[in-house]
Ligand binder design. Structure first.
Ligand code: ADP
Ligand code: MG
Length: 722
């Protein structure tokens, strides 16, 4: 095996960057593979286009006749681009996507091939859903699951080397209509947020209120590792992270990688990757090196949440495929290398519409700022009430390695507002702006609030949930995760809080308070209950970990095993039920699916640890020990005194390693638990601890065993050779 390590290095260092075509201008490739509104305008009749546009923009249902017209146009368009197949693409309760391809082909009585694509094929598909996780929402013997076209997310063409497929974004549900996917709750959460926001805006005297939608812009971090290395690391291939590997002499301590010059080979990859995103209508906007060696970031421009969520999934797929083409393995795992910064996904989120604009943007006029303060306050309330839920939607075995490890936000949910805005909310709380004093006109303090302007310079990298001028940034999301879960949670807690705001506001106005005074009164009540969640200090510090829990009553939830039970909390059940985002049954199914995924992923890693230690690390160590003892005997045969320290260290460490491997084997054989919660805790503590112990011994051995026989590519090689 060790030979392959050296072959890999010579292979990599002698290969020039992949040849790529001269880039085409943006105007030529932008959204050229997307069946979007402008494509539809060209190929649909005026009436059909008008109906489609209304559906896309407001979610209004589409008549069967129009669906037939749209399907025919879609097929013609796709076939001109080389597509012979189409597929509904859907988003099961994993972080992956699923698709089932069908041909346009049908044969007629004469045996000739003709093509067909009707409105009903466009609208509804019926994949055999039994192999997708459903958390007892669907028995295997009633395995029928349906996919249904989501016209609000545009269809597109996926090209491969010798083919093309028309992809149709869809929802996925059971035959009883229960959501089996991540898209249905997202659409429902948007609707819930819209309806609550409408109430608040109406009470604020707004008259022209169009449909509100949430927006999302996700910053995606990832690592690139040469495939030659990755292929000889079963842990990277099967678990997406290294389960062994001693820290290299040079890590990220020089801070020389962040925003550093991008290596040529990576630059070539990025341009190819981004051109493909442009063809798919994904607005890639920034890219740069990240903190760790071999780590990079890409951030598209923000879009409507539903479209952004589909695009995020597509971006991850295109990234992996393009990396492969360039001889890289793209690692989206949250912590691929121990001791080196991990990867996150910052989910930037705001809500707005075409008439009132972005409601999380302070804006320039007093009226806009009152709306802003209400929406911002509603977010604060939601995060305070449902912090554990926000922790649960970002929970995964992989993300547990990052959260709270001083490189990513802590596992305590707090809100950062920035100095200026924090002062505004605190002043309201302290009654420094007493509503009775305002008496309709603005006093000095109040006018300061009402003309509050955003300060985009204000940043806090240690906060999990930060206001950044005109949006909130959920910074604790994991790099491999779908953004849908976090978006559903944010939209839903906002919907719930806006309902609360609307009812309070209505009561204050009914009491005869003037608008500004009523708003301040509602916000004061909100702050009296929820100001504890606002924190502008260092989220990494140990003082905060103590104070957050002891003084503020916030929860520190370190592992997925501790986090997922939030889905079973009656208050969370009531939240999702009252907003009609998830029924209690649908919510419970999420808990079951995510818990099972957690347990399975830890078990897979544990099996890999056992296998790699037993079949590669131990044998390499023993063969080196033989070599070493041979030299030691040769020396003593010559009457020389030889130093036996290394040999004895190797013996102790490898004995301990194999003893721990046995313990780990016994630990994963145990499947007899009274509840899923106890099983998760077993994974979080016993199994994870034993895996870490095996690793510690193996990493120590790496420092003693001769470099030439070490079986796996080392950290220094994987991180620095490109
Ligand atoms: P930074 O690294 O400073 O946080 P980036 O430019 O890397 O900023 O990413 C910011 C992300 O936030 C981008 O995806 C951007 O499009 C998105 N964004 C900007 N404004 C909004 C908004 N109003 N709502 C949602 N996302 C937004
Ligand atoms: Mg950011």
């Amino acid at each position: 095996v060790s030979e392959s390590r050296f072959l890999a290095i010579s292979e990599i260092t002698s290969t020039p960057p992949a040849e790529v075509e001269i880039p085409k201008p943006l105007s030529e490739i932008w959204a050229c593979d997307v069946f979007n509104l402008s494509t539809m305008e060209e190929c649909l009749s005026k009436n059909a286009f008008k109906a489609m546009k209304k559906t896309v923009q407001t979610g209004a249902p589409l008549g069967a006749a129009t669906a037939d017209v749209v399907a025919a146009a879609m097929k013609d368009w796709a076939m001109k681009k080389g597509a012979k197949f189409f597929s509904h693409i859907f988003y099961p309760m994993t972080n992956a996507t699923a698709e089932k391809h069908d041909g346009f082909i049908v044969t007629n009585a004469d045996g000739n091939a003709i093509t067909e694509f009707t409105g009903s094929l466009l609208i509804k598909g019926e994949p055999d859903g039994s192999s997708f996780p459903n958390g007892s929402l669907r028995m295997t013997n009633a395995a029928r699951g349906y996919t249904a076209w989501d016209p609000t997310s545009p269809a597109y063409i996926m090209h491969t080397a010798n083919g093309a497929t028309l992809m149709i974004p869809s929802v996925f549900m059971s035959w009883t209509g229960e959501a089996l996917d991540k898209k249905i709750p997202l659409l429902r959460s948007n609707a819930a947020m819209n309806s609550a926001a409408q109430k608040v805006l109406a009470l604020m005297g707004e008259t022209d209120i169009t449909t509100l939608n949430s927006s999302c812009g996700a910053e995606q971090e990832y690592f690139l590792i040469d495939e030659n290395f990755a292929n000889s690391r079963p842990d990277l291939l099967l678990a997406g992270r290294t389960l062994f590997g001693a820290a290299p002499a040079k890590g990220q301590q020089f801070d020389d990688h962040y925003f550093g010059a991008i290596p040529e080979r990576v630059q070539v990859f990025m341009q190819d990757f981004e051109d493909q995103l442009y063809r798919l209508g994904i607005p890639a906007k920034t890219h740069h090196n990240e903190v760790a060696p071999g780590q990079f970031e890409i951030a598209p421009y923000f879009e409507a949440a539903n479209v952004a969520a589909d695009h995020q999934q597509l971006l991850m797929t295109v990234m992996k495929n393009t990396a492969k083409k360039h001889g890289f393995l793209a690692l989206l795992h949250e912590k691929p290398f121990a001791g080196v910064n991990g990867s996150g996904k910052h989910v930037n989120w705001s809500v707005g519409n075409s008439t009132q604009g972005n409601l999380l943007d302070p804006g320039n006029t007093p009226e806009k700022n009152l709306n802003f303060l209400l929406f911002c306050g509603a977010v604060i309330r939601g995060v305070h009430l449902f912090g554990p839920l926000l922790r649960a939607v970002i929970a995964s075995a992989a993300n547990d390695h990052r959260l709270g490890a001083n490189e990513a936000p802590p596992a305590i949910l707090s809100v950062y507002l920035g100095d200026q805005l924090e002062k505004v909310f605190m002043d309201i709380k302290e009654g420094n702006l007493s509503p009775t004093e305002c008496g309709g006109d603005m006093d000095l303090g109040l006018s300061q609030i009402l003309t509050f302007k955003r300060d985009p310079g204000d940043r806090n990298r240690t906060s999990p949930f930060a206001f950044t001028g005109n949006r909130f940034e959920f910074r604790a999301v994991g790099s491999s995760q779908s953004v849908s879960g976090p978006l559903v949670a944010m939209n839903t807690i906002l919907a719930d809080s806006l309902e609360w705001v609307a009812s309070k506001l209505e009561a204050r106005l009914a009491d005869g308070l003037e608008q500004t005074a009523a708003v301040i009164a509602v916000l004061k009540e909100l702050m009296d209950e929820h100001s504890n969640v606002i924190f502008g200090g260092d989220g990494y510090s140990s003082e905060w970990h103590k104070a957050a829990v002891e003084q503020r009553g916030l929860k520190n939830i370190p592992t997925t095993a501790d986090a997922l039970p939030a889905f079973l909390d009656p208050a969370v059940e009531a939240l999702f039920n009252s907003t009609k985002v998830l029924s209690p049954k649908e919510l419970k199914s999420r808990y079951e699916v995510y818990a099972e995924q957690y347990i399975l992923s830890i078990e897979v890693e544990a099996k890999l640890v056992i296998d790699m230690a037993t079949t590669a690390i131990y044998p390499a160590t023993m063969s080196y020990l033989t070599e070493l003892t041979d030299s030691l005997s040769a020396a003593s045969a010559l009457g020389l005194e030889a130093n036996k320290d290394v040999a004895s260290k190797i013996v102790t460490e490898s004995n301990s390693m194999m003893a721990t491997v046995s313990e780990l084997s016994a630990a994963i054989a145990n499947h007899d638990f009274d509840s899923t919660e106890i099983h998760m805790q077993h994974c979080a503590s016993t199994i994870r601890d034993l895996m870490d112990k095996v690793r510690e011994h193996a990493d120590t051995l790496e420092g003693y065993v001769a470099n030439k026989v070490w079986p796996y590519p080392k950290y220094s090689e994987m991180l620095f050779i490109k």
